[in-house]
Structures are given as C-alpha cells and as structure tokens.
Design a binder for this molecule. Structure first.
Ligand code: EPZ
Length: 442
C-alpha cells in the first residue's frame, strides 16, 4: 500500500499485558546519520530503529554519494554500515529532503565536510512555522556566507563556509535542532565554539557522544553550555549503538496506563523517563524501575486523578509526549491542564479526540481537560506523528472499534507498532484507508 492509503483498525477495551522492547531513538539517529557524513573513514551503527524517517534520511545521504549497508539484526533492529568517503556533492535538494525535519542537519554536516551546503527547506510535522533562524544565525556568527533566513530562494538555501571559525552562540530559545546543527558545523571549524543555553535532551548527548567517537572534541553535552574545539581529521572506523527512544517508551507507558494494563517496558534508560514517571505516580499509577526496564500498572484500589502538565525542554516534560498524555488525562478524574509551551500549534489532534468523546477546551496554548468515563470508537485521522500515537492510545482504551487513517504518519517514528501492541494483547490491524478526507497535509 502506498504512503497515505492505509489505516489502523483497533478494537479497544483490552488491558495491555506483558513485555515490550524499545527501539533506538529516532531523534538521536537522525542527527547521527547526518554527523556520519562528516567522517573521513567508515562507521557501523547498531540499535537503529527501522522507521520511515530513518529510511528517508538514508536515501538522502545516498543521494549525496554515501554508501550504506543495512542489515536486520537479531534484536529486531537495524545494523547500518556507513561509508561517506565517496560523497560528491554539497547539494541536498531532492524530494526526500522536504519530507522530514532532520534533513536540516545536512547543513552543518556538509558545511563541515565540503565547505559549502545547499539544502531544500526541511519538512516535518505541521504544528507551527518551524523556522530555522537560530541555525542560520549561528552559522553566520561562525563565518558562513548566505546564512540569512531572508535569503531562502524558492525553498532552497545555500551556505558557504569561507571557512567556518569558532564563535560564542547564545540560543535565545532552547532548540534541539539548532544545538545539534551547531555541534556539527563546529566539529571542524577553526577554534572553539561555545553554545550557551543549549538543549539537553538525551538525544543531544547521544549525538555528541557519537561525534566524539568520530574524533570530535565536544564537552558539556547534556548541560546548558557545550564547548566544541575544532579538529581537522575525523578518522571514524568505529561501531556505535543508538540510545533507546525516550518518546517511544513514554508512549507505551501511556498505552499501558490508559488500558488499565500491566506492562514491563525493556531496553529503556529509566532516568530519561523521570519527567513522565513522576507525573504518572502523582496521578495514581504504580511505576516500578530496574536498571533497564520500567513496569507500569495500577493498584486496583487506587483512583486515578488528573493533574497539570507543562511542556518544556529536557529535563522538563517532553512536548513529544503531550498528545499521548492528554489522552491519559481524559481518562482521569477531575479537571486537568496541559500547557504546551514549546510549539505554538500542537493541539490539531483535539478535534479528532473529541470525535471519540473527549471533553477538552483550548485557550491558546492551554488545554483544559475534563475527565470522562471512557472513549468511544470512531473514524479519526493521524494529524501528525505523535498525535497519531495519541489516537492509538485512545483507541486501545475505547469501547468499540476505531479507524485511524493516515497511519503512515505513525510509522514515521514507531518501529513495528502493530506487532509490538499485538504482543501485548491489543486487537489492531492494518486496513485500506477508511478516511473520507482528502489528505490536507501540505
Ligand atoms: C526536535 O524538533 C524534534 N525533532 C521534535 O520531535 C521535538 O518536538 C522538538 O525537537 C522539541 O523537543 C527531531 O529531533 C527530528 P526545536 P526541532 O528546534 O529541532 C523554535 C517528534 O515528534 N525554533 O527544539 O525542530 C521552534 O519553533 C518531533 O519526534 C525557532 O524559533 O525543535 C520551537 O518553538 C516533532 N527557530 C522551539 O524553538 C529555530 O531556528 C523548539 O524547537 C529553531 C527552533
């Protein structure tokens, strides 16, 4: 079936039970694939999630001339051998570039490798303008020519390194993408670059660790201030394993809770889940933790009460778990509040959730959620990746059957979600698209 022609059919009401393995982090591996384009040798990535965005990013890198060998590993993940030495262009302008947001990492990577970069403007989930001005301002401070947001001609931007030199960059907004892109550009710049007010997400640390494995000199990743000392060679020739996906893990924690189930989620880093675990305990769920697993269940005597959430850069509550958590709040007693403070328009899924019985009022970036007894099955749409995941969580808990169209958006960031949920007892299958919508995505 082609991209927009299938839906998920879910018959809800089954408590999820059992064990599940989390795959590698989407938002780490996309930055790491771009970073690998800078290597003067080769590398092997392990624990790579087999998701659509990874396949698109690999295709884009192959279009530059990089060579890939992709193998299924025994742990149901991908092992990817990368040889970027035959890269023969600095232009990333093919159609795939505008299908994902992370293609913008090729600006920093190609500036470092080729001294020049031409990029078609990136795509990604549609919940706001999603500018790249912070990236371009930083590149300009580092000496790049053409780094002017006003000079994006026909959706394509060209930067010249001239060459790049170190700079002190203050990010007035904490930005994951800008933090990673500046690390990429600074890796081979002359002198030291300092990123102040840097993003601290687990995937930032993973990209920095990968860059250091390549031969880069990066200190402070995971703190507000990151220092990068430029180097001339990136020998590579190493193997690197991607960290577990914090957002996939959080999604399954919510799915276990909304269905009243008992699920142990393996191959996680429990501290990465603290922003969610602490709030779910506050609501009345039981969250047990081991070295690399989290168990989610509920004491039958315990009532689940709503609470207030506010999204923020890590270690705050992750915006990428906002839609899924609103579903959890719908099934909690009382009035709850979600304050979406990262993206200006990340409630586009609420009308879909209302078709299933949600009682939510939006006031700008605040969602006020009245607890309901249950969701009811309906025909709904995945308006973006995490919104689609939220619809899955609601459908699993709903009375009756739900059809989620544009399900391809969910597969952008969740490896084998149908198989993983079936293994926990969910009644989910892929069917031809049921929506009567014309796909309105730009
Ligand atoms: C990354 O997007 C993630 N995507 C997003 O996850 C995630 O929601 C976001 O970080 C925040 O955690 C990938 O890693 C591929 P930002 P990114 O730059 O880098 C503003 C998912 O579901 N901003 O941290 O695009 C921006 O408008 C996806 O996996 C500027 O103003 O996010 C936003 O308000 C969805 N100018 C805020 O900063 C810029 O130049 C945070 O954006 C860049 C960003």
């Amino acid at each position: 079936m082609d991209e927009s022609s299938y839906s998920y059919k879910i018959t809800g009401g089954v408590p999820l039970k059992g064990d599940i393995n989390i795959s590698g982090s989407k938002n780490a591996v996309l930055g790491i694939l771009a970073a690998a384009m800078m290597i003067d040798g080769t590398c092997t990535l392990e624990n790579v999630p087999d998701i659509a965005d990874v396949r698109v990013m690999i295709e884009i890198c192959q279009s530059l001339g990089a060579k890939f060998e992709v193998n299924e590993s025994s742990e149901d993940t991908l092992t990817v051998f990368i040889d970027p030495r035959d890269i023969n262009t600095y232009e990333a302008t093919g159609p795939g570039v505008s299908r994902i947001r992370a293609s913008y990492y090729l600006l920093g990577a190609l500036l470092s490798r080729c001294g020049k970069a031409t990029l078609r403007m990136p795509g990604g989930c549609d919940f706001g303008q999603r500018p790249i001005d912070l990236h371009l301002k930083a590149f300009k401070l580092m000496g790049a020519k053409g780094a002017d947001p006003r000079k994006v001609n026909g959706g394509v931007i060209t930067l010249n390194a001239a060459p790049l030199h170190g700079a002190k960059v203050f990010l007035d907004i904490v930005s994951v993408g800008a933090t990673i892109n500046i690390m990429l550009a600074a890796t081979k710049a002359q002198g030291q670059t300092i990123i102040v007010n840097a993003a601290k997400e687990p995937h930032i640390v993973d990209v920095a660790n990968f860059l250091n494995s390549m031969g880069a000199r990066i200190k402070g990743a995971g703190t507000d201030t990151i220092r990068i000392t430029g180097v001339s060679e990136l020998p590579g020739n190493f193997t690197y394993s991607i960290i577990p996906d914090q957002i996939e893990a959080g999604t399954y924690m919510v799915a276990a809770a909304t269905t009243g189930g008992d699920v142990t989620i393996h191959n996680v880093i429990p501290t990465h889940m603290d922003p969610l675990s602490s709030k779910m305990r506050e609501m009345g769920y039981t969250i047990d933790e081991g070295d690399d697993y989290i168990r989610v269940y509920k004491d039958p005597e315990e009532e689940i009460w709503g609470t207030n959430f506010k999204t923020a850069p890590y270690p705050g509550f992750p915006t990428d778990l906002q839609p899924q958590t609103v579903v959890l709040l719908c099934l909690s007693k009382g009035l709850s509040k979600m304050d979406e403070d990262v993206w200006e328009n990340r409630y586009q899924y609420i009308p879909e959730l209302s078709k299933m019985g949600a009682d939510i009022n939006i006031f700008d970036h605040i969602a006020l959620v009245n607890g309901i007894d249950c969701f009811y099955g309906a025909e709904v749409r995945a308006t973006d990746l995490r919104a689609g995941a939220a619809m899955v969580c609601a459908a699993l808990a709903a009375e009756g059957t739900t059809y989620i169209s544009d399900a391809y958006r969910i597969d952008r960031g969740y490896q084998k979600i149908v198989e993983k949920l079936r293994a926990l007892g969910a009644q989910i299958e892929v069917v031809e698209d049921t929506s009567s919508f014309v796909d309105s995505e730009a």
